[in-house]
Design a protein around this ligand. Sequence first.
Ligand code: SF4
Length: 403
Amino acid sequence: MISISKLLCDLDAEGDGLRYDAADGSEKPQITEEKQRNPVVVWNATRRCNLYCSHCYAGAETEPAPGEFSTAEAKAFLDQLADYGAPVVLFSGGEPLVRDDLVDLVGYAADRGLRPVLSSNGTLLTGEKAAALRDAGLQYAGISVDGLPERNDRFRGEDGAFDAAVRGIENCLDAGLKTGLRYTITEANAADLEGVVDLLADVGLDRFCFYHLDYGGRGAEIVDADLTPREKREAVRSVADLTLEYHDRGEEIETLLVGNYADAAFLVEYAREEFGEAKARAVYEYLERNGGDPTGERIADVDYEGNVHLTQFWQGYSLGNVRDRPFGEIWEDESNPLLNALRNREQHLTGKCADCQYRSICRGASRLRALAETGDLFAPDPQCYLTDDEVHGETPAAGGAAD
Ligand code: SF4
């Protein structure tokens, strides 16, 4: 995740310690330094979902799938994460709220010292459920809204899904839960980007997470609906512009970019354009601490059957199963060739990534998209939108021209 509001507006947030190691004197509660080294773990607590979204990375279905963890198995798995020192467990799905034991499991995770957070379509978040999750120790709810009503409902496969998600957001806010809105951009909903950001104020939110499409699960079936690289650049520029506009009006919103680390490089260029070289250098230094694309390092995924994946979007490849070996053992086992290669990816990157000035803050962006599009794990990400001049320029940290 790349926080535009942190980089451009110095907006303080609780996740800064995870994203930039030291949180630079933040007054917000932060993850301890020891835990920052370990991955945030996305757990697909179920494959079942009450909706059927066209971009679902988990390929969720409306019917129950065999092989899901029982409550006892789920707790044993959470014990593994706690013993390993995972900082955060993100309850995802499918739709995690279809599990009757979700509140119990969130409470168990919190008791074991994990920071439980939730990714949900929001439609099942009643007031009662939101309050129960808060009481159990839930720290954050991220709710997906992929456009204004008409486009969102088409994307999500159900009339009324938008209204139900907004009700879920309001219920979370009424319960005092920190809540954010997640939006995945495609050709089908790009026209709603600004309207979705404006929606934040209407529903009382101040956190916006912008997701690029990754090519996992049903996302692989709608690759043609992905924006062109040029359109992506303009969409990211719009999010940066909106962040600054809100900041200038004194209405701070936290804005985050997810799923394409070419955005990190773009933000350095954007900071130079808007504020000059000193700001570009400061942004670059923060992003160096962020460390580029986190796949296989600072993010992990465990699916509903217990298979460990390099990220939640890369469900087609398993590193092992937590029913056979503890999560920490699987994650630390660098005899796995793919894990090893990804952790040393800078030496393997080819094409324009190989000599890109931004490779240490981007690290080749999505290896999954490169693999899906070209069959080559280390080819450039087809969704990198940097120009040749930008790729081959001089990094601000290397001493670009002063203001
Ligand atoms: S060329 Fe490669 S390393 Fe450079 S910004 Fe693009 S994806 Fe990232």
